[in-house]
Design a binder for this molecule. Structure first.
Ligand SMILES: [Fe+2]
Length: 248
């Protein structure tokens, strides 16, 4: 029986055109009815403008990521390490003014059909906080008004579950098909399309199926070597190219 509704949630593309192309092809095969992009379209790799063009052409809902913002501001690189800064400076030089205006117009979070979509954390969204600990997740859940939310930012595919405000949230590895809890609050980190950091170098994204109350973590093989060579040719850091092979 065909799925009634399937929402693909993609995040942290980071100018990796080959990974984005592979993911868009994969989600087509999954009868996805809607796509939501959680930001960080640009930064790090060598194809910021092509990735942005592809995402804009989808006409899907998009929230802003910290690298998107940084590439559009004059003092874009102050908060980044050297590798991230190189990618942001490269993206800033490649993007058209129209693309920058569009990126800067994106919201920090969105609510669609009772589900929240965000890049980093609802705890001071403009500070781009990382949800790495139970306490970070607790701070986020304080502001999450919906039962379900999706985020990116850490590039780490996992689920945070808050069963009650009286206890710290629990963390679950994001892999395969997972049933979502029927109560409490859940935050699904969808991992990264263009720069996975969980030791698996395949592109990562999630399909949410509301009628099954489940999320599916999908891993997609893409031609990493092409992306690596483009990064090196653009004189972006070797580390940025090399980490794609390691998925770290
Ligand atoms: Fe990112």
């Amino acid at each position: 029986m065909p799925t009634q509704n399937a929402i693909a949630v993609i995040s942290d593309i980071h100018s990796n055109l080959e990974a984005l192309t592979a993911v868009l092809k994969d989600l087509k095969s999954q009868e996805v009815t809607e796509i939501v992009c959680l930001g960080d379209i640009v930064g790090y790799a060598a194809d910021p403008q092509h990735c942005l063009k592809k995402i804009r052409a989808l006409g899907c809902a998009v929230v802003m990521g910290n690298h998107d913002e940084a590439a559009c501001l004059d003092d874009h690189s102050v908060y980044f390490n050297a590798n991230a800064r190189a990618g942001v400076v490269f993206s800033a030089a490649q993007l058209a003014e129209n693309d920058k205006s569009w990126l800067l117009s994106l919201p920090h979070d969105l609510m669609i059909d009772g589900i929240t979509f965000l890049h980093a954390s609802l705890d001071s969204p403009e500070d781009w906080n990382y949800i790495l600990s139970e306490e970070d997740a607790e701070a986020h859940f304080f502001y999450q008004s919906t039962q379900l939310a999706f985020c990116g930012h850490t590039h780490d595919p996992l689920l945070w579950v808050s069963r009650s405000p009286q206890s710290l949230p629990s963390k679950f590895t994001g892999e395969g098909i997972l049933s979502l809890p029927g109560s409490g609050k859940t935050l699904v980190n969808v991992g990264s399309v263009g720069q996975p950091r969980d030791g698996d170098n395949r592109a990562c994204y999630v399909i949410y199926r509301p009628d099954q109350n489940s999320v599916e973590y999908r891993r997609v093989i893409y031609p990493i070597e092409i992306t690596r060579q483009k990064i090196l040719k653009a004189e972006l850091p070797f580390f940025t190219a090399d980490r794609l092979l390691r998925g770290r």
